[in-house]
Design a protein around this ligand. Structure first.
Ligand code: GEK
Length: 259
């Protein structure tokens, strides 16, 4: 969002090193600093967001919806709107969903001046229960990881159902490695990344405590296997930066659809 010149507050939420285990919530305090927090915490964030935009435009079909589930401040919606405008395609309804009122309020006030009459439909709802319209693209960037394990497959199954043949799911997640040594290395490199972004060791440790048992990552293999089992094909890991990866999963064009 920096490109749009919108003001950013610096994330100092954990500067005192204090955090109760699992206490992290997407409330007003987090929404205020979110741009800065996510850019300095998620390696490859800007690249994933920008690429989600042109990937969405690549798979978008006129007369369908493109959902961004867990849209936060709307960075990806903005990238999609800009990429769609570049292609000249019309009739794609952009829909952002988030269950944090504070996030969605800021999302609206940030996107309105940028997009005016092209403002996406913004829905305050839980992604687990929100109605999904027939879609050519559904984006789930760093949101699935916050859902309880038992709720993940049902949501992905609903996404598969909502996608039209040829439609695409873009799924970005923090991932873990099944090899404990590789996992330890990945965690330590991620901490190094955060240090390069100006976070102190105290802040890094407190944030880790705050998201304990709330952000629960899975392995890339588990993510891929589940998507294949749900009927997505092919499933491509199109981007990875340290322990953050993004997958592109297509809903095949069925034989019935071809007739
Ligand atoms: C980005 N995609 O900037 N229902 C709806 N929203 C939810 C739910 C839920 N059950 N659980 C969490 N959220 C964004 C970044 S942030 C990722 C996504 C991060 C929302 C939550 O309110 C927050 O806005 C978002 O999912 C996760 O490209 O902070 O690591």
């Amino acid at each position: 969002m920096a490109a749009s010149g919108m003001s950013e507050e610096q994330d100092r939420l954990f500067a005192n090193g204090q955090a109760a285990p699992g206490s992290f919530r997407f409330d007003a305090k987090v929404a205020r600093v979110f741009d800065d927090m996510i850019r300095r915490s998620v390696p490859g964030y800007a690249n994933t967001v920008a690429s989600s935009g042109w990937l969405a435009a690549r798979f978008a079909q006129p007369g369908t919806a493109c959902h961004d589930l867990g849209c936060s401040l709307g960075a990806t919606l903005l990238a999609c709107a800009e990429a769609l405008a570049d292609t000249g395609m019309e009739g794609v309804e952009l829909i952002g969903v988030d269950n944090s009122a504070a996030m969605l309020e800021r999302c609206r006030s940030r996107l309105e001046p940028e997009l005016g009459s092209r403002l996406p439909t913004l829905i305050a709802a839980d992604v687990r229960t929100v109605e999904l319209r027939p879609s050519s693209v559904i984006i789930l960037n760093w949101t699935l990881q916050f859902l309880p394990a038992a709720d993940r497959t049902p949501l992905l199954a609903r996404i598969h159902e909502a996608l039209l043949p040829g439609g695409a799911l873009i799924l970005s997640e923090k991932v873990i490695d099944s090899d404990p040594e590789a996992q330890q290395l990945a965690e330590s490199l991620h901490a190094d990344f955060k240090r390069t972004q100006g976070y102190t060791d105290l802040e890094i440790a407190a944030k880790r405590t705050a998201i304990e048992d709330y952000l629960i990552p899975e392995t890339l293999d588990a993510q891929k296997t589940r998507l294949l089992e749900l009927g997505f094909r092919p499933v491509l890991v199109w981007y990875r930066h340290l322990n953050f990866a993004s997958l592109l999963a297509l809903k095949p064009v069925s034989l019935e659809h071809c007739r």
